[in-house]
Design a protein around this ligand. Structure first.
Ligand code: IMP
Length: 436
């Protein structure tokens, strides 16, 4: 039985939380495999709104395992707050398991993130300033503090000391900042250790056991393909790999354990932070989409940049991830647009045409979408529950996407509620669709 990966096929904020929540109903476990509390997702369940940054979406189902994998960077303060919030709403949190090998975001990571952005000035990346990049840097430099270190005061203090040493110069402006006091930092993190101890586990072997017993496991990615540190719009990317292949590393499974890869895309495009965005709209339509789609960040509240759907980028994302299914969210936000545009190629400097996603940063920075125009619709589609309830133009829009990308649309979002979806295919491993 299946291992299903869910990834963002754009620049994040595609609505992965809702799709994971829906697919989680049929799974035994949800495993988050990368990113940290730079992500944020909102789930509306029975009229109640839940916002998570770290906890996988499946937590709302009692009796399922919800794992934070080794590939995630964990701010323990944020995790404790999320758990407290769920406890206060009498939710069962016993299924939450935290990999002992996941790395911890420390106070100096947050300060370094701030300082790094300030230093870049106009060239800033527009990070969430949650300390994500510096934490992954320490992991690669082998100076990271891991969840398991929280359980041993001596080791914890020694490791914090070693991690702080090479940062002294950069952190000089914060020399007397109480947030950098070694003793109180160690004590604070030991407290998190006590609070989280019951959740700390070997999530990798738990996942192996589930898969070996034939139980369905969902691997939940954060951010999106175009924010991937290797395959995205570097350097305007996050510091991890949100692509499907990273599920293997960030959860500790092999490629053979993955049977399906679901790519989530909005029916249009958004991006937060700086970096190239070939289909960006800067006139009225852009603001209209922002307001209608509520395009403001869950994590930072920043207004998202909005644009038409970029099929060049989506096709690239499909290939990089090996998508077998597409979930198209927020189709209802496009209702009322007389004409819809989709970018099918790019025009760059000197009128150069690009049929595929350009690898070179300078090319991408100058690229603009070349569009196909498709008819819009004006009918309210928020009550549609099957494809046949959709207006002809909406069906044609979805068909165009599926044909261009070469991956079937399996799920369509027509409103924020979890029931506001149309299933066109159920998740199953019996007939995986090739992503070529
Ligand atoms: P960082 O991940 O905080 O280092 O930010 C790097 C880039 O990724 C910035 O452009 C952020 O706006 C973007 N980013 C990080 N997490 C998310 C997310 O969950 N959704 C959308 N953009 C994100």
């Amino acid at each position: 039985m299946p291992g299903i990966v869910i990834v963002g096929a754009q620049w994040g904020d595609e609505g992965k939380g809702k799709i994971t929540d829906l697919l989680a109903e049929q799974a035994d476990a949800v495993v988050r495999f990368q990113g940290g509390n730079n992500a944020g997702h909102t789930i509306v369940r029975d009229g109640e709104t839940f916002k998570f940054h770290l906890i996988p979406s499946g937590i709302l189902y009692p009796g399922k395992w919800c794992m934070i994998g080794n590939g995630v960077v964990v701010d323990p303060k944020v995790l404790c707050e999320e758990l407290d919030g769920l406890r206060a709403r009498s939710m069962d949190i016993s299924g939450l398991k935290l990999s002992a090998n996941a790395h911890l975001i420390m106070p100096y990571h947050r300060l370094l993130d701030e300082a790094g952005e300030a230093r870049l000035g106009k060239l800033e990346i527009g990070t969430t300033r949650r300390g994500i990049g510096p934490c992954y840097s320490d992991k690669a430099a082998r100076l990271g503090i891991r969840v398991q270190d929280l359980l041993d005061g001596k080791i914890l203090k020694k490791k914090i000391m070693a991690a702080l040493e090479p940062k002294k110069l950069t952190l000089r402006p914060y020399e007397r900042d109480p947030r950098l006091d070694l003793q109180s930092m160690t004590e604070e993190y030991l407290t998190y250790g006590h609070r989280l101890e019951q959740h700390i586990a070997d999530t990798t072997s738990m996942t192996h056991k589930l898969l070996d017993d034939g139980k369905p496991v969902l691997f939940e990615g954060a951010q999106g393909t175009l924010l991937d540190i290797d395959h995205g719009t570097y350097p305007f990317v996050t510091s991890s790999n949100p692509v499907a292949g990273a599920a293997c590393v960030g959860a500790g499974v092999g490629p053979k354990d993955i049977d399906e890869v679901w790519g989530v895309t909005k029916a249009y495009a958004t991006r937060v932070g700086a970096g190239p965005f070939p289909t960006e709209l800067d006139e009225e339509v852009g603001e209209g989409l922002r307001q209608k789609g509520g395009e403001f960040g869950t994590t930072t509240g920043r207004a998202r940049r909005t644009g038409w759907l970029d099929l060049v980028a989506l096709k690239y994302a499909s290939r990089i991830n090996g998508l077998t299914h597409l979930a198209v969210t927020k189709l209802d936000v496009l209702t009322g647009q007389e004409t819809l545009k989709v970018a099918t190629r790019y025009r760059g400097e000197d009128e150069a045409i690009f049929e595929t996603y350009p690898y070179h940063q300078s090319v991408l920075h100058h690229a603009h979408g070349e569009y196909e125009e498709l008819p819009g619709w004006s009918e309210d589609i928020t009550e549609a529950r099957s494809e046949s309830d959709l207006p002809q133009a909406a069906r044609e829009y979805l068909d165009y996407i599926a044909d261009f990308v070469g991956v079937p649309v399996a799920l369509i979002g027509v409103g924020p509620g979890r029931e506001q979806v149309i299933w066109t295919e159920t998740p199953s491993v019996t007939t995986p669709v090739s992503a070529s």
